[in-house]
Design a protein around this ligand. Structure first.
Ligand code: HEM
Length: 357
């Protein structure tokens, strides 16, 4: 992958530079003034490339479309390179060069972004230096290729067309690679999965103001799984059970760190990820803040190379209450608790809430 990124970067540089080796012929054939040639070689590429890099790379990085964007960009600038070969006027050439620069602009930023996600921290400097060698290889190779074209008396426009056509295959190779999820996407998914299985708040109380019958989605009102919750009872909405609902989560009791990883820009919502911060009108106002803090701490731990191992031993009753003992009965669930799941009335009512999609 690093080699592919290096090649792509080098070709982007090379296509930018190759025109300068045909300066005399291009100025003669297109009847260019020195100012016009200056615009083609400098402003048309440099400034546009620098300016368009920021938005394109930003959107591609944050929407998880880095490889797709690199492929599309490579195809685009190759077409523009071919189009330069067909140019007969200054304006045709100028527009082709502008369009080519837009295609080349995200290459550097996206390559660095990809490298920082698939290369371990201690190799980062080495691999990024390897990428930047691409600029110098681009310069050296473009000179060699131009000399070869010169020796064979290939006209500049045929040379540009040939270069553009040759490079299409690299774009195809990039498209076949698999994108790497960003480190933040992995941590974010692992954090949400942790909160699904072990939410810090395991449930909330609600006082029932009128008698309601709870039924599972799709089941009959009179089915045996429906429950009547009488008015004036305090109902315990048990997040731990809802988060293990097999109708909502495949392999509900397993910890799957990549369960909430999504392709593209889609960010999982709280409703997709189980309930840790409540839902609806009383949804936790600090949910985003808390997640940001946890992710930042996790990233800092990773970056500083700390390893955290082991965990506390959970006593039996609490373990059952937290949902870690699938077959535990009410006695086990209440053994080590300081607070009962039902406060009122005297006879306890346990309501199981399933998380409906
Ligand atoms: C691990 C950390 C946290 C957890 C697990 C958590 C969990 C919850 C839960 C489950 C609720 C819903 C309560 C209900 O439905 O009755 C809630 C509500 C709330 N949380 Fe958090 N919370 C956390 C951190 C925070 C922080 C850091 C803040 C403030 C900066 C905060 C502010 C609130 C507020 C204001 C509500 C009430 C919202 C309302 O009633 O409209 N929470 N939280």
């Amino acid at each position: 992958m690093a080699l592919l990124l290096l090649l792509n970067y080098f070709l982007a540089q090379y296509d930018k530079l190759i025109l300068s080796y045909f300066q005399i012929e291009v100025m003669r054939d297109l009847r260019l003034t020195s100012t016009q040639y200056g615009l083609l070689s400098g402003y048309a590429t440099g400034i546009v490339s620098a300016l368009s890099a920021i938005p394109i790379a930003f959107v591609a990085d944050y929407s998880g479309t880095r490889l797709w964007t690199l492929t599309a960009a490579a195809l685009w600038w190759n077409i523009c390179c071919i189009f330069q070969g067909y140019s007969h006027t200054f304006w045709q050439m100028f527009l082709a060069r502008l369009a080519m620069s837009i295609g080349q602009s995200p290459v550097e930023a996206l390559s660095v972004s990809l490298i920082s996600d698939f290369v371990p921290t201690r190799w980062l400097f080495l691999i990024e230096s390897f990428l930047y060698v691409g600029v110098y290889i681009g310069e050296a190779v473009s000179a060699q290729i131009a000399t070869a074209f010169g020796r064979t008396h290939t006209p500049w426009n045929d040379a540009l067309k040939a270069i553009g056509q040759q490079e299409q295959s690299l774009a195809n190779l990039i498209r076949q690679q698999q994108d790497f999820p960003t480190r933040r996407a992995i941590l974010s998914s692992a954090l949400r999965e942790t909160m699904r299985l072990s939410p810090p708040v395991i449930g909330v109380m609600r006082r029932v103001t009128q008698t309601v019958r709870l039924t599972n989605p799709g089941s009959d009102r009179n089915s045996t799984t429906s429950h009547i919750v009488p008015a004036a009872h305090d109902a315990w909405l048990y997040f731990v059970a809802a988060n293990r609902d097999p109708d909502v989560f495949a392999r509900p009791t397993e910890f799957c760190w990549d369960r909430f990883m999504r392709q593209g820009a889609e960010v999982p919502t709280d409703e997709d990820c189980g309930i840790a911060f409540g839902l609806g009108p009383k949804h936790c106002l600090g949910a985003d803040l808390t997640r940001e803090i946890c992710l930042t701490v996790a990233e800092t731990v990773m970056e500083s190379g700390l390893a955290i191992k082991g965990g506390g031993q959970v006593v039996e009753g609490v373990k059952a209450w937290l949902g870690w003992e699938a077959h535990a009965g009410p006695e086990a669930m209440t053994r080590d608790l300081k607070q009962l799941p039902c406060q009122r009335p005297r006879d306890p009512v346990m309501v199981t809430v399933t998380h409906a999609k």
